[in-house]
Design a protein around this ligand. Structure first.
Ligand code: UGA
Length: 425
């Protein structure tokens, strides 16, 4: 099949590459000419495991363009994978989506627009009206949300838990199902609004689990329980399951913070106060800041103290720093007058962190530090020579924001180790 993908970001590139890998002929279109030029030269603008290989391997089935007509020519399905960042009011900014809808050329055959961008419930209906107003009745519309996570996006795309297809017309749903031929997963067929809500509800539920376990962690700290053991014991209940029960310094990324706000505002706009979600968001904000309290309890005032941030990306496996807890931590530490150094194996802190010294290695970041905060659970940090790390530090205070390291091993190495929701010695 011929597939067009609008948007060459994390979602669009993975979608395009995976569809090409299935055997479709794919044209990825983006408005940023430099990005398209780079992709044509074989340069991948993001760090996503397996994506470079997939793009390289499927070169003959993948084209990149800035031209709308070229991308839509001959296509049966036009995927929309453009950004929907939050506006000042917290609602999703759909301007990039509207641009795609308004730019869509008139074609004399049936094509299906499939929405991958995360949009508020009701967007599909409004888009349908707009298409009809433009006289594009031969353009079908389907909501086909993505459930891929950064760092594992290629694997998630190829082996999804489910494929959700919300359509106004069953014939359009059938076209989108055919695009997924060869991907073995249950297919949920539903109306467009329900497909849009499945995406928002799934993310909100995952965030709820994280904030829930983070609150349990905070109570564990106050009562002497160990949240890692608690999560293990809770997660073995088959009704609950073990996933998304890792306590830490809060969730970040391009999806959860924005989607939770968008769903909260969506509810508010329709007159409903989504109390649980509001609490989930607030717990997450506080969780990022609790680290500062942990450091102050050990070091007193942070003015003039050197603190090293280990990891900057919002999770391992990606260079994405959007809404990463590292941004809040760096900002708070600088505001307290601390001297902040940081290291990440792929995320470029220089672009986002003014006033922070970006080191070339974790050990360099730790040189002379009074404290270290493990922000992202990169495997490199699990393998770090922590004895050497301790020797480089001025004081061996380590806050493990992801409960990645073994507390007793770290204490045996002379570290004053504190995790999240674990007993403090
Ligand atoms: C998330 C969802 O997992 C995907 O299903 C969804 O498609 C995607 O958003 C999206 O809407 O596009 P992503 O944000 O890439 O994917 O990454 P996650 O693995 O979900 O992690 C999000 C954040 O939660 C990270 O900061 C991570 O450190 C944190 N997290 C995750 C925890 O703090 N604890 C956990 O147990 C799990």
């Amino acid at each position: 099949m011929r597939v067009a993908v609008f948007g060459a970001g994390y979602v669009g590139l993975v979608t395009g590459a995976c569809f090409a890998d299935i055997g479709h002929d794919v044209v990825v279109r983006d408005v940023v000419a430099e990005k398209i030029d780079a992709l044509r030269r074989g340069k991948v603008p993001i760090h996503e495991e397996g994506l470079d290989d997939l793009l390289e391997h499927n070169r003959e089935r993948l084209r990149f363009t800035t031209d709308v007509d070229e991308s839509v020519e001959g296509a049966e399905v036009v995927y929309v994978a453009v950004g929907t960042p939050p506006t000042y009011s917290g609602d999703a900014d759909l301007s990039a989506v509207w641009t795609v809808v308004d730019e869509l050329p008139r074609v004399d055959r049936r094509i299906v627009v499939a929405m991958k961008s995360t949009v508020p419930v009701g967007t599909g209906r409004t888009i349908r009206h707009r298409l009809d107003e433009r006289g594009l009745e031969n353009v079908g519309y389907v909501s086909n949300p993505e459930f891929t996570a950064e760092g594992t996006a290629v694997r998630d795309f190829k082996h999804p838990d489910r494929i959700v297809i919300g359509a106004f017309d069953p014939a359009d749903a059938e076209v989108v199902e055919r695009v997924h031929a060869g991907i073995d997963a249950p297919v949920i067929h539903c109306d467009v609004a329900s497909a849009e809500m499945i995406k928002l509800a799934a993310n909100a539920f995952l965030m709820t689990r994280i904030s829930f376990i983070n609150e349990i962690a905070n109570v564990c700290e106050a009562t002497g329980a160990d949240v890692v053991k608690v999560a293990e014991g809770v997660g073995l209940d088959h009704r609950l399951g073990p996933h998304f029960l890792r306590a830490g310094i809060g969730y970040g990324g391009s999806c959860f913070p924005k989607d939770s706000l968008a769903l909260k505002q969506l509810a508010s706009n329709s007159g409903y106060h989504f109390q649980l979600l509001a609490a989930v968001i607030e717990v997450n904000e506080l969780q990022k800041r609790r680290v500062i309290g942990k450091l102050e309890r050990r070091l007193g005032s942070l003015r003039g103290k050197k603190v090293a941030l280990l990891g900057l990306a919002f999770k391992p496996g990606t260079d994405d720093m959007r809404e990463s807890p590292s941004l809040v931590l760096a900002g708070r530490l600088l505001a307290e007058g601390a001297d902040v150094s940081a290291w990440d194996p792929v995320a470029d802190g220089r672009v986002h962190l003014d006033g922070v010294h970006i080191a070339d290695s974790a050990l360099d970041a730790l040189d002379g530090a009074d404290a270290a905060v493990l922000v992202t659970e990169w495997p490199e940090l699990g393998e770090l020579d922590w004895a050497e790390a301790g020797a480089r530090m001025r004081k061996r205070l380590l806050v493990d924001g992801r409960n990645m390291l073994d507390p007793s091993e770290m204490r045996a190495l002379g570290f004053d180790y504190e995790g999240i929701g674990r007993a403090v010695e």
